[in-house]
Ligand binder design. Sequence first.
Ligand SMILES: NC(=O)c1ccc[n+]([C@@H]2O[C@H](COP(=O)([O-])OP(=O)(O)OC[C@H]3O[C@@H](n4cnc5c(N)ncnc54)[C@H](OP(=O)(O)O)[C@@H]3O)[C@@H](O)[C@H]2O)c1
Length: 274
Amino acid sequence: MSQDLSIETLFSLRGCSALVTGGTSGIGLMMVEGLLRNGVQVYMVSRSAARCDEALRSVAGLGACVAIAADITDPVARARVVERVEADLPEGLDILVNNAGSNWGAKLAEYPDSAFDKLMKTNVSSVFSLTRDLHESLRRRAKHTGSARVVNIGSMDGLQVPIVQRVPTFAYSASKAALHHLTRALAVELGPQGITVNAIAPGFFESKMTKHVMSQYRQDIEDDCPLGRIGSAQDIVGTLLFLCSRAGGYVNGAVLPVDGGTSLSKGKPAWFEE
Ligand SMILES: NC(=O)c1ccc[n+]([C@@H]2O[C@H](COP(=O)([O-])OP(=O)(O)OC[C@H]3O[C@@H](n4cnc5c(N)ncnc54)[C@H](OP(=O)(O)O)[C@@H]3O)[C@@H](O)[C@H]2O)c1
């Protein structure tokens, strides 16, 4: 008997639940909106209660959304997040999106150890800790429905050394490369339980993190991209929906660049003609 290949069966996430860290701003908020618009119940997490309130207001009316003010690098706050998810979703969580992240740029001699430690904690080790702490919930869900998903937001800076910022971001690119490999390790560990683990490696998108660099170098950024533009909400949400839906069911341990080809080359070939 042939399989149902309709777009609804392949891509629908209606009735699923998702937790998005850093869901109150930038790429995280784009994904929260995209999930809500497609019938997913969403939990978003960020440190600032004010930003949680503001983000909740911006998605009001789109669907069931809860914002939890918590620092994912803090074990006590993380436990609060896990408790809330466990209390609300006794049958488990479908989708965990590890998106929260931070960046630091400085010249080599001025690059502080504290920044390096902070970035490794936020961008790598807290992703590991939260995934471990929500593993039981994801496993329960996968047992019940056949699958659950973890999507980590890496970066094209974890695939190549970034230069467009004009200031080095040593810890950021190292942390994103580490996150990509953590993704592969978790994919091998959790795959047998029906939980896929993948990473998206975005290029440039508008956000709080990129506001400064975008204000100074937007033209260079666009020129560096073979598609000649920055990423949009459709670009990131479409990729997320694919990875989380039945359509992405056989993708496990992948690091998917969503950067218009920027990490492959630099801009258009010199022989390009309009
Ligand atoms: N925008 C881009 O061009 C781009 C490109 C490649 C990769 N990325 C990645 O995409 C992800 C989202 O970045 P963005 O550009 O959208 O940046 P953003 O607008 O600065 O958003 C970062 C989000 O993470 C939250 N956050 C930061 N540290 C946290 C912590 N310890 N605990 C809980 N929440 C925390 C922030 O909220 P609070 O401040 O309230 O905590 C905010 O909601 C990051 O992992 C980033 O590395 C972005």
